[in-house]
Design a protein around this ligand. Structure first.
Ligand code: NAD
Ligand code: UD1
Length: 337
């Protein structure tokens, strides 16, 4: 069984490659390295002791992407490739729409041409917009608040339309909550360019002294301690969810949608103290105004994934913080060391 992983050099992609190889799938990776390093793939090979082909191609390049499907036969595709920074998507929306939407349209067209009908797509809890109640189930109304989120929702709709037009397709949409953590080997992890936007990588950089202190965005939310609450999910559990999705849904035609989270919400201050405990480092912080567009709390009802995929998150907050710290302290400059 062979799977093409688009965006496989990225944070979630590289961890998923490890889990696919460990489960004895053959893989190939297509990535233009716009937000990643080929070294991540070398480390995937090191961790698993297995080899695979890497295509340093852009999904926007139709001819090259088409060539990949002519030279190897795939049973399915896991589609991670895309731009993902919310703030940047507001600044340069056309680049986000072009990269994420046109890249996906090229991929789907080529898949259909080569009779590859199985796809797992990386969606996000961002498609639930401002949820009215919690926990969030897959049936909640969908809406978006920024161009990045809009590309996710548009691609979900494109995939649904594609299935209507050709019901040989098996589409699995995974809506991730907040991925954090790293492989326990400390060889691969999240490697953000510039100053991180997301909480855990920001805390990691405070812990190693690259950043002076964390700005906590708001402490007056109607949550347990007033700070924002999220459903953090260990990236290895997330990688395993993709393997389960391939195992259970490959060949089952239709559109299958799952929340991928733990179902538990932790506040910003809970994350800070768990990280301090695991790293032994003090995380200095100051309370700042709310970040525009933020919601108070967000966590998943992930029972559908448990019921239908036989998947549930196994790694808790301690492991998320320990593995994040292990990666960050061993690789203070990410893959640039
Ligand atoms: P990432 O940036 O680390 O990985 C994405 C990869 O796609 C990168 O390696 C990048 O070089 C590649 N890429 C981008 N555009 C490409 C193109 N046109 N052609 C070929 N390769 C291209 O991000 P990630 O955190 O691993 O996220 C993976 C997917 O999951 C993305 O689609 C993202 O939107 C989605 N997602 C991420 C999160 C999160 O918090 N990390 C949450 C929900 C959903
Ligand atoms: C953000 C994106 C969301 C995307 C998700 C995963 C926004 C508005 N939303 O979600 O679309 O799907 O990342 O990539 O950008 N926090 C701080 N200080 C910081 C950073 C974050 O206090 O420096 C707080 C936030 O206010 C929030 C929590 O930490 O309460 C988590 O933030 P973050 O990691 O950015 O994730 P989301 O806001 O859930």
């Amino acid at each position: 069984m062979k799977v093409l992983v688009t965006g496989g050099a990225g944070y979630i992609g590289s961890h998923t490659c490890v889990e696919l190889l460990n489960a004895d799938y053959e893989i190939a990776v297509l990535d233009n390295l716009s937000n990643s390093s080929e070294k991540a793939l070398d480390r995937v090979k090191e961790i698993t002791g297995k080899n695979f082909n890497f295509y340093n191609y852009d999904l926007l390049d139709y001819e090259k992407t088409d060539k990949v499907f002519s030279s190897e036969k795939f049973d399915g595709v896991i589609h991670f490739a895309g731009l993902k920074a919310v703030g940047e998507s507001v600044q340069i929306p056309l680049r986000y729409y072009h990269n994420n939407i046109t890249g996906t349209l090229n991929l789907l067209d080529i898949m259909e041409k080569h009779h590859v009908y199985n796809i797992v797509f990386s969606s996000s809890a961002t498609v639930y917009g401002m949820p009215e109640k919690l926990p969030i189930t897959e049936e909640f109304p969908l809406s978006t608040t920024n161009p990045y989120g809009s590309t996710k929702l548009m691609i979900e709709n494109i995939l649904k339309d594609l299935y209507v037009s050709n019901n040989r397709f098996s589409v699995t949409i995974l809506r991730y909550f907040n991925p954090v953590g790293a492989h326990e080997s400390g060889k691969i992890g999240e490697n953000p360019k510039g100053i991180p936007n997301n909480l855990m990588p920001y805390i990691q950089q405070v812990a190693i002294g690259k950043l002076p202190q964390l700005s906590v965005f708001g402490n007056q939310y109607p949550t347990k301690d007033g700070t924002g609450v999220r459903d953090y999910i260990h990236v290895v559990d997330l990688g395993i969810a993709h393997v389960k999705a391939i195992e259970k849904k490959l060949g089952e035609t239709g559109v299958h949608i799952y929340n991928i989270g733990t179902g538990k919400g932790y506040s910003v201050l809970e994350i800070v103290s768990a990280f301090e405990k695991e790293s032994g480092k003090e995380i200095k912080y100051k309370i700042c105004p709310n970040r525009a567009g933020d919601i108070a709390a967000c966590y998943a009802d992930a029972s559908k994934a448990k019921r239908e995929l036989g998947w549930e998150a196994e790694r808790g907050l301690d492991a998320m913080c320990r593995d994040s710290w292990n990666w960050q302290s061993g690789n203070p400059n990410g893959y640039d060391d």
